[in-house]
Design a protein around this ligand. Structure first.
Ligand code: AMP
Length: 136
């Protein structure tokens, strides 16, 4: 995509702090990191979201994410690491080129201290399960 910022990075029109590259995937440091070493893994092909991306590119991204996760984790001396992926504005997606965040964590840091987890009401879990499974 001509005006996509990550496509511009893939084409070399905008610089990035490149960590890893192969035929299908590019990985670089996030410019506004949640923690030191926060990295992004993207397919070189343009897809807006997870729902649009090809299986081949997603597999390549996951394989690369594993390699980069290890490098980031060891490189900054992390104690943990989150793999995150946002789709659509409601989920916090700002760049409409599918990407995976690798976020190194330290014990007691202030990012996502806990999930806002809730329990299901009586019978609700089964209803949700049914609704989801009809869409497979
Ligand atoms: P998301 O909210 O999941 O769409 O995340 C987009 C991420 O891309 C943010 O964490 C930004 O800091 C990051 N980002 C945006 N532009 C650049 C850039 N030119 N180089 C590196 N990271 C970027």
């Amino acid at each position: 995509m001509l005006d996509c910022i990550f496509c511009k990075i893939v084409r070399g029109e905008i610089p990035c702090a490149k960590i890893y590259e192969d035929d299908l995937v590019l990985s670089f440091l996030d410019i506004n990191p949640i923690s030191r070493g926060h990295a992004l893994v993207i397919p070189k092909n343009h897809y807006a979201t997870l729902f649009d991306a090809s299986e081949e590119d997603l597999k390549a991204c996951m394989a690369a994410a594993k390699i980069v996760a290890r490098a980031v984790y060891d490189g900054v001396g992390a104690a943990g690491l989150n793999l995150l992926q946002n789709n659509y504005r409601a989920a916090g997606q700002l760049v409409d080129h599918v990407h995976f965040h690798l976020i190194p964590r330290k014990a007691g840091d202030d990012f996502m201290r806990s999930w806002p987890a809730k329990s299901y009401g009586e019978g609700e879990m089964q209803k949700v399960l049914n609704a989801v499974k009809t869409k497979l």
